[in-house]
Design a protein around this ligand. Structure first.
Ligand SMILES: *[C@@H]1O[C@H](CO)[C@@H](O)[C@H](O)[C@H]1NC(C)=O
Ligand SMILES: *[C@@H]1O[C@H](CO)[C@@H](O)[C@H](O)[C@H]1NC(C)=O
Length: 457
């Protein structure tokens, strides 16, 4: 247990070492934070195979490159309309042949141009049963902007803290630098990552880009391994990315996987609510009944049907309750059809159900940080089966979005996997919520602490 000893020595020397550090880093390593997590840290140090920390001649911590994968609403999307585009109303064709323009990238601009119906039409995906994959509407080409940068995420003016801005500033305080040690990997929010054996044209391209980004980031730092960080939907993306890489590649390039409030394959009841009632994840200002207005578009996205509660975890418990019928995790296909989403049934069955059943451990050091102790939807009551009305919600425990039962099921699988077990650390932060876990001072501090820990181990 040489590592444990090293760790103990470091802890004893900590007050001294702190004096050598820049103030931002000092704050994050201060005994107040260290003590709270000391048990876990010791356990992690005891089980990690790494030797001591990497420092340069000046005793400073050498930061491993870090790639951020943000939540679902955080990527800029541009579109281009070709001749093949057949607008449902003539004015939606106004941008035809006019080159790239902001689609999701300009969503806050859309109402001013009476463009909401056009926006919805051009954002919508179509499911192709022959390919068992999703694609754009004919004649609509799209591209994600700012790949590689941690500063180019979409801002939602009503939730400026949703897209990793706050944590980026904290990371900069401890020495991370965009384009040097810090990178961002936005993705097309409408699609969902495939599991091995499934095709996704969009995610295949993205995964290749992400692998390249990681290789380049590593090369730039003398071959150092890279820390991959994902929040929310981005946590699922990061995990599925790693699962799709050859084992030798992972071992060569991935220092640590940090998942914060990752959307679990075990699913959430919130995903069901978003499909049935629509969601305000998608921001368009000055639009009355926003969630309901955008719902037809949302329902065409693969991201709307991934992450439904899995039967293995949620069993026969009613999730949606109406006077005539209850729907458990086993009945989600019927539910999709009964709420007017029949088009989602086939892709749900063929693409999403297999994802619920699929589990592989990433076999790289992994830390998973979740919030608990918040009211989190557990059952949705649409008593008179009016799915245009907001449901009555029965709450359980979780981070306000992800149910604790799914977090625990994921933890259990990770711990049962020989080899992963020793490289897995799960942290539940009482009172941290799905979004503010990476913005509230106290929980953000813990998350940054774990990033430092990953650097040291
Ligand atoms: C959208 O964004 C682009 C660049 O970010 C800008 O040039 C354009 O004027 C914006 N508005 C529309 C309606 O495209
Ligand atoms: C639906 O579930 C609720 C709560 O478990 C139960 O009280 C009710 O009897 C069920 N209704 C039907 C129609 O099965």
């Amino acid at each position: 247990m040489a590592a444990a000893t090293t760790r103990t020595v470091i802890l004893r020397l900590l007050p001294l070492l702190l004096l050598l550090l820049p103030p931002g880093l000092r704050e994050h390593l201060s005994p107040a934070t260290t003590n709270r997590r000391q048990e876990e840290a010791d356990a992690a140090a005891a089980s990690s195979s790494g030797s001591g920390r990497t420092t340069n001649a000046g005793g400073e911590l050498l930061l491993h490159p870090l790639v951020l994968v943000p939540g679902v609403s955080c990527s800029e999307l541009e579109a281009r309309l070709t001749d093949a585009y057949r607008p449902s109303v003539p004015r939606c064709g106004a941008m035809k042949g006019g080159g790239w323009f902001g689609l999701w990238a300009n969503c806050s601009d859309v109402p001013a141009h009476h463009y909401v119906p056009c926006f919805m039409e051009q954002m919508s995906l179509v499911y192709d049963p022959a390919a068992n994959d999703f694609a754009n509407q004919p004649g609509v080409e799209t591209r994600v902007l700012n790949f590689g940068s941690s500063t180019g995420f979409q801002r939602n003016p009503e939730h400026t803290d949703w897209c990793l801005e706050v944590i980026r500033h904290e990371l900069e305080k401890i020495g991370y630098l965009d384009g040097d040690t810090l990178y961002g990997a936005p993705y097309d929010l409408r699609h969902a990552p495939p599991v091995p054996g499934q095709s996704s044209e969009v995610f295949s391209v993205y995964f290749r880009q992400l692998a390249r980004l990681i290789e380049d980031a590593s090369a730039k730092k003398q071959g150092q391994k890279v820390i991959l960080f994902g929040h929310s939907f981005g946590g699922m993306v990061a995990l599925d990315f790693v699962l799709g890489t050859p084992m030798a590649w992972r071992r060569r390039y991935i220092k640590h996987l940090i998942l914060v409030a990752p959307l679990p394959a075990e699913g959430t009841v919130a995903a069901v609510k978003n499909f049935v009632s629509g969601t305000d994840i998608l921001y368009v200002p000055e639009t009355p009944a926003l969630a309901l207005t955008l719902r037809p578009m949302w329902r065409t996205f693969e991201s709307a049907i991934v992450g439904f509660p899995s039967p293995a975890v949620y069993g026969r418990t009613p999730i949606v309750v109406t006077e005539r019928r209850n729907y458990s995790a086993y009945d989600m296909e019927d539910l999709l059809a009964d709420v007017g989403g029949a088009g989602a049934v086939e892709p749900f069955r063929r693409r999403e159900v297999p994802k619920m059943r699929y589990f592989q451990a990433p076999m790289v050091p992994t830390t998973c940080i979740n919030g608990v102790g918040n009211d989190t939807p557990e059952r949705l009551v649409y008593w008179d089966a009016d799915f245009d009305k907001e449901p009555e919600i029965v709450y359980g425990d979780g981070d306000d979005t992800i149910n604790v039962i799914s977090m625990l099921a994921f933890d259990k699988k990770m711990r049962q996997q020989p080899g992963q077990n020793q490289m897995y650390k799960s942290i539940l932060l009482d009172g941290a919520a799905h979004g503010n876990i990476i913005t509230a001072d106290w929980s953000l501090k813990q998350v940054v602490q774990e990033i430092l820990e990953a650097n040291r181990s």
